[in-house]
Design a binder for this molecule. Structure first.
Ligand SMILES: [Zn+2]
Ligand SMILES: [Zn+2]
Ligand SMILES: [Zn+2]
Length: 174
């Protein structure tokens, strides 16, 4: 693996403290290097963007946020780095109801998701609430559910109430 920055190249814009790097991110440069990824300006930007992100964020949103800083951002670099960061436990991914990856920054608790296909809202499903489903699948099929990949599409209570008021609740659920 080549040294970064190359010897004699002088100070690189990559070096120096990242703007927002807090404790979990402090060692990320060395941890990425240990995985064979060079510490490049684009990777540092992605770390800054992630450190400033909360909740669920799609890969394309992350690419857009990086492009706002550096228009030359290459999506494949962002995705490859995200997958290594996931192996390091700094991000995790789940899937939206359309299947696209959504990333969680510094995930704390494993959870599933409910997606309303009508209003497009998403709710987190904690392990306790999902236990009815996961326990039933383990019992009936010996299947251990990966909660982070449990994404259930359907209609939320608000949408069902609105549809009932419109008199079309029966149709909407078929
Ligand atoms: Zn996945
Ligand atoms: Zn809804
Ligand atoms: Zn989530």
């Amino acid at each position: 693996m080549p040294a970064w920055p190359p010897a004699g190249s002088g100070p690189s814009p990559v070096e120096g403290p990242s703007r927002l790097a807090g404790a979990p991110w402090a060692t990320v440069r060395d941890r990425l290097r240990a995985r064979g990824l060079r510490w490049t300006p684009q990777r540092r930007e992605l770390i800054d963007v992630l450190a400033a992100s909360t909740g669920h964020v799609t890969g394309s949103e992350l690419v857009e946020r990086c492009r706002a800083v550096d228009p030359a951002t290459v999506p494949s670099t962002v995705y490859r780095t995200l997958h290594v960061l996931e192996a390091l436990g700094l991000v995790s991914h789940s899937h939206g109801h359309d299947g696209r990856e959504e990333f969680h920054v510094l995930p704390e608790v494993d959870h599933g998701h409910l997606h309303c296909t009508r209003c497009r809202r998403t709710w987190e499903l904690p392990a306790g609430e999902a236990a009815l489903l996961t326990a039933a699948l383990r019992e009936a099929r010996g299947f251990a559910v990966d909660l982070s990949h449990l994404s259930v599409g359907g209609l939320c209570a608000d949408c069902r109430a609105q549809l009932a008021a419109l008199g079309s609740a029966g149709l909407a659920l078929e």
